[in-house]
Ligand binder design. Sequence first.
Ligand SMILES: [Zn+2]
Length: 482
Amino acid sequence: MAYEALYTRGRPKTLSQLIGQEHISNALTRAISSGRLSHAYLLVGTRGTGKTSTARLLSKAMNCDRVHEAQLAGRPLDKKEIPCNKCESCKSFDSSPDNVEFDAASNRSVEDVTRLLSTAYLAPLRARVKTFIIDEVHMLSFEAVNSILKLIEEPPPNVAFFLATTEINKVPMTIRSRCQVLNFRLIPPSIIAPYLLTLARRLNVGLQEEAAKKIARLAEGSMRDAMTYLDQCYAMADKEITLDDVNETLGLISDENLDEIISAVKAKDRAAVGRAITQAFRSGLSANIIAESLITRLRDIEFDMLDRNEKNFSEPDNFIDALRKATIEMNGSGIPDIILEMTLMKLAAPVQTFTASQPAQISLPNENLDAGQKIFYDTADSLSGEISDVKYIRDKVRVLSFTGDTLNLGFKSAVTANMFKKIQKDFERQAAQNTGRTIKFSYVVDTKLPSPVLNNMSEPARKNLTGAMEAFQASDVVKIND
Ligand SMILES: [Zn+2]
């Protein structure tokens, strides 16, 4: 017997086997039980989430003798019996001339599609309901869309349409508004992995839990991709599919190796980075795959940190950013290995420290100052309708720094500072309301502060303007603002 792909063998046979889309299978079970099925469904979702499988199950159920009997008797149906898979109609469904399936993305001619659709006006040959399953419906020609529209607006008796799409935005509103829409969700790894394990047990395929988890993560929400990966690994594995089998078959670098590189970079241990990357190259993987795997691994680590409410994302972000730039550089370059190595080495370089002669103000992280400025100006804007002095103060103040919860402001004149002092409490109340956290304000009076024209400006624009002002000795600007 020819080998049958796991994806085909694992395809749901009843609504109860539709994995990760319980909101859909529940609603459909209720609709079928009460005989309230629509004649046109639009199935929306990423590839491999179960759209076509659901369409087939519904087509089959609409024609199933036992479902029909239950409906007549008014007996509520269980998901497991939709469809029954035992009656004559169910058994002959796969070869039924009354179920028409096609993919609008394939190269069918316009005439071909129109001819297929025109058969909707002919009575079904054997079935109760004639069904049309059209994949990637957004790819249909204008003429075909019009034919479908006509068919669902004034449906011939005993016809049902299942239109599937991965891109709902490209489906004309006229179609969307006339169909019952079923939204398919991405299936999380926490659902895919246990399902793979169950399926493997049912099919007598050895599968390690770690391997199942890795495949589930790689599938990114698509059950079909998960099955395809499992199939590939099954073909290559010995007795049991292990994590190593998955890595090897799918051309992946092991998590241990990735973690070695990541921790070496974080520890700024360039020798260790060199050793880890050499080992990765030795396994025959391309620099591009290694870089992409590092990005995915770092992203996983970030998500874990998010889960644990850990705040410090700055390091992984720089890391991912640098790798992303490296992958772009690597494309079409003759030296991708060297680019990756250099990128990692640069990331592992010791942190530059500022010399003592530099003013302390500059060492403040820009994003902090920018965040502080944003909070201050948002607060001032919220208050300006309420308190008349706010607008004046807003133009005269300079946000100096933002440390912890305290926004430090600078005023060139004591008069303006006094004006602020009177409404400081209002600022603190409004800032707390805007940001959802406690914000304290403190201020200094410093006649040597640079012109406020630079206030509402983020780095590096502020730096550029200061430079330009110095170069042109822009005393006029200072005068205008003071
Ligand atoms: Zn049946």
